[in-house]
Design a protein around this ligand. Structure first.
Ligand SMILES: [Zn+2]
Length: 78
């Protein structure tokens, strides 16, 4: 049996051990959101959601974790 070492920090799905805090899906979502916010710094959550097809709750959670700015490629420190 394979060890599942952690859960994705965003969607909480179990994922295999990885450098990242998020599963590949959430990494891709966060990358999209980050790019969008960089180009549209004043965009609302609704705008971001419509443009990236990521649900608002998820975006809000990403923003609250600061993942829209930086850090998603850094290993978790704990
Ligand atoms: Zn995830």
């Amino acid at each position: 049996m394979k060890d599942i070492v952690r859960n994705c920090r965003l969607c909480k799905e179990p994922m295999e051990s990885s450098l990242f805090m998020m599963c590949p899906t959430c990494l891709k979502d966060s990358e999209q959101i980050r790019n969008f916010i960089r180009k549209n710094p004043l965009a609302s959550l609704e705008d971001i959601s419509q443009s990236t097809n990521v649900c608002i709750d998820k975006i809000e959670y990403m923003v609250s974790l600061g993942l829209n700015r930086k850090g998603e490629y850094e290993p978790e420190m704990n």
